[in-house]
Design a protein around this ligand. Structure first.
Ligand SMILES: Nc1nc2c(ncn2[C@@H]2O[C@H](COP(=O)(O)OP(=O)(O)OP(=O)(O)O)[C@@H](O)[C@H]2O)c(=O)[nH]1
Ligand SMILES: [Mg+2]
Length: 645
């Protein structure tokens, strides 16, 4: 368990840690000279058989709040120190507010310097503390009266801490490894050491980590956990890692870095978050306010884009997009603190919701609805809700990575949320079963309409189909969804186009081979005078019945048209002939033309020319007028010149 101190300057935090552990954490000369803490101090206290308490002693002076923030990350338990003589002071309140925003729920209040005050003052101070904690996560914390000077209460406090450590449920021991670096130094003969709390997961000697966001790879040569040599370091412990790797030096790595499992290294400069503005603020937090953002042990300049309609009032919470000056190594659910640009006030803080938000259209109704979903703390609830709304798909790998989930947790997540995984290059996206069903239904409806209007077409290209359905997905995701629908038999695909499986009255293999031989006889130079089915049969040495069956089947799909008994033309040829008829008719002064005029244009036999014209008579394109023909004026009013009714 990691215990962090908190409280106003000079209230006795360092003295109390020394009384508990025997360690003076004020190591710097300046700290000694000025009698105040400036930077973080660390001390350890073995309790019980195996447990070791790690103490992070923070400075109380308002000028060093940034150091306090670096230390408060990763603590499980707070020791709030309030001097009984002074009572609750400004940084008592500010630290309490910060701890509340950081989500620290467990702690004790040490009412110190009780040797200096009367029993009445003691009681009054305790009442002040109670009032100050009201409404915070620490409202029920026990208050222990202590004095390192007389020794009163120190043993009771140590026992209370040991008891708390005994029931401490370790923070995220699950998840992939992350350690928030609060110190980096080098030891002669050992090399570069980074220290900090392990935020999630575990690390073992020999593991490779990446120092994020700078992206230096390093091998873990040795580990100290809670100040003792160890093979492993786990969440909830302070660890020192001896790192070896190219460029890994104490100059390259600084407080604020995060040592992570290489798979988690994905810095971000833009984060959507839920943020609460402290009630102590004088005015509402306006859009695009410049701030200092504190996350883990890092501090970075940022702007706050308010995503809700109005500025966030003091005491209220709202949705924001944090636009950072420099990238950070974060995880969804991480807490952050926002201070003003001069570093004199804590403005508020909250939790990260989405590490990859869009820059544009970040406040649309759809986007805010998605944020509502992603805000749910439980990963499977967040995923379930996200799958239910725009954009209707979730990049599973990014989702798991940004929550620092390990492989087993990711698998559990996917098992617990009904979804369909669509492979997409190296990664995969998940869609809900309902989305896939709706996509299937919409695609089928669109294809049905197309097949009806254009039975001769094989179907639609994916891009055309995507434009025709109302479930909007990015091209790659849509293509992946179509593959899934084809695999499950909802749709079929042929040579790049999608169709209803029942669309093609499938020619069986033998018929298809026959058609491949027949087709050339109907196309090219011979297309205006194709042989009859019987002639085709004779030429190809096929049974006439078979040739006829194949051609009839294709005629049902409008691939060919039976213009005269037993004589089939390709559909495109019929369209071409129609154009020629119109052309010939229009070339005549009175619009009337004879068979021979048409025949000459085709260089065809008279018999076939008559068959074709009779077909057009039948379709209503032309009208007989004795031996002559003219175009049917009613037909020509129609747009296009298609002969299909
Ligand atoms: N009489 C008395 N003096 C105390 C007690 N605890 C601390 N002090 C004194 O109060 C002064 C401040 O104590 P520190 O422990 O340095 O206070 P701190 O909270 O660590 O201060 P910062 O880290 O600078 O915020 C020192 O001179 C201590 O000796 C106590 O219980 N009784
Ligand atoms: Mg101190």
């Amino acid at each position: 368990m990691i215990v962090g101190t908190a409280g106003h300057v000079d209230h006795g935090k360092t003295a109390l840690v020394r009384a508990l552990t025997g360690v003076d954490t004020d190591r710097l000369r300046e700290e000694k000279e000025r009698g105040i803490s400036i930077d973080l101090g660390f001390a350890y206290l073995p309790v019980g058989d195996r447990s070791i308490l790690g103490f992070v002693d923070v400075p109380g002076h308002e000028r060093f709040i940034r150091n306090m923030l670096a230390g408060a990350t990763g603590i499980d338990f707070v020791l709030l120190v309030v001097a009984a003589d002074d009572g609750v002071m400004p940084q008592t309140r500010e630290h309490v507010a910060i701890l509340d925003l950081l989500g620290v729920e467990r702690g004790l209040v040490a009412l110190t310097k009780v040797d200096l005050v009367s029993t009445e003052r003691r009681a009054a101070a305790e009442r002040e503390v109670r009032r100050a904690l009201r409404g915070t996560k620490l409202a029920a914390a026990a208050v222990v009266a202590v004095s390192p000077v007389t020794g009163e209460g120190v043993e009771a406090l140590r026992a209370a801490l040991a008891a708390a450590a005994g029931i401490a449920r370790p923070r995220a021991v699950h998840g992939r490894f992350r350690l928030a670096v609060d110190r980096c130094f080098s030891l002669p003969g050992t090399g570069t050491i980074v220290t900090g709390p392990v935020l999630s997961g575990a690390v073992a000697v020999g593991d490779v980590v990446v120092v994020s966001p700078i992206g230096l790879r390093a091998r873990v040569r040795s580990i100290h956990s809670q100040n003792r040599p160890a093979e492993r370091g786990v969440a909830g412990e302070r660890c020192a890692l001896n790192l070896v790797g190219d460029g890994v030096t104490r100059h390259a790595v600084a407080r604020g870095a995060v040592a992570v499992d290489p798979l988690l290294h994905a810095p971000t400069e833009r984060v959507d978050a839920r943020m609460r503005v402290l009630a102590s603020e004088a005015k509402a937090l306006a859009h695009w306010t410049p701030v200092r953002l504190h996350h883990a042990a890092a501090e970075v300049a940022a702007r706050v884009a308010v995503l809700d309609e109005r500025p966030i009032e003091p005491g209220a919470s709202g949705r924001v997009q944090l636009v950072l000056d420099k990238p950070i190594a974060a995880a969804v659910g991480d807490r952050f603190i926002v201070r003003d640009t001069t570093g004199t006030r804590t403005v508020g803080g909250g939790r990260f919701v989405d590490l990859r938000p869009p820059q544009r259209r970040r406040r649309t109704i759809e986007r805010l609805a998605l944020l509502d979903a992603l805000e749910r703390e439980d990963a499977s609830e967040a995923l379930r809700a996200a799958l239910d709304r725009w954009p209707h798909y979730v990049d599973v790998e990014a989702f798991a990575r940004d929550r620092a989930l390990d492989e087993r947790e990711t698998q559990q997540l996917l098992d617990s949320v009904p979804n369909v995984r669509l492979p997409l290059g190296d990664t995969a996206v998940a869609v809900s079963q309902d989305t896939l069903r709706r996509l299937g239904a919409a695609s089928r409806a669109a294809l049905e309409a197309v097949h009806r209007a254009h039975p001769e077409l094989p179907g639609l290209a994916p891009a055309q189909l995507r434009a025709a359905v109302d479930v909007r997905l990015p091209e790659r995701v849509f293509a992946a969804a179509m593959r899934a629908l084809v695999e499950s038999g909802v749709l079929s695909s042929d040579g790049g186009s999608l169709r209803l499986p029942e669309h093609r009255l499938a020619l069986d293999e033998r018929d298809r081979r026959a058609w491949l031989r027949i087709a050339p006889l109907l196309s090219g130079g011979a297309r205006f005078r194709p042989p009859r089915a019987t002639e085709i049969a004779a030429e190809l040495r096929l049974p006439a019945a078979e040739v006829r069956r194949v051609l009839k089947a294709l005629a049902r799909q409008r691939v060919v048209i039976e213009v005269a008994l037993d004589r089939f033309f390709e559909r495109a040829t019929v369209d071409e002939l129609e154009g020629i008829v119109i052309c010939v008719a229009r070339a005549q002064d009175n619009g009337r033309f004879a068979v021979w005029q048409f025949r000459d244009r085709l260089d065809n036999g008279r018999k076939i020319a008559i068959e074709i014209l009779e077909y057009f008579d039948g379709r209503g394109l032309t009208l007989r007028d004795g031996d002559l023909r003219r175009l049917n004026p009613r037909r020509l009013d129609l747009p296009g010149t298609g002969t299909e009714s």
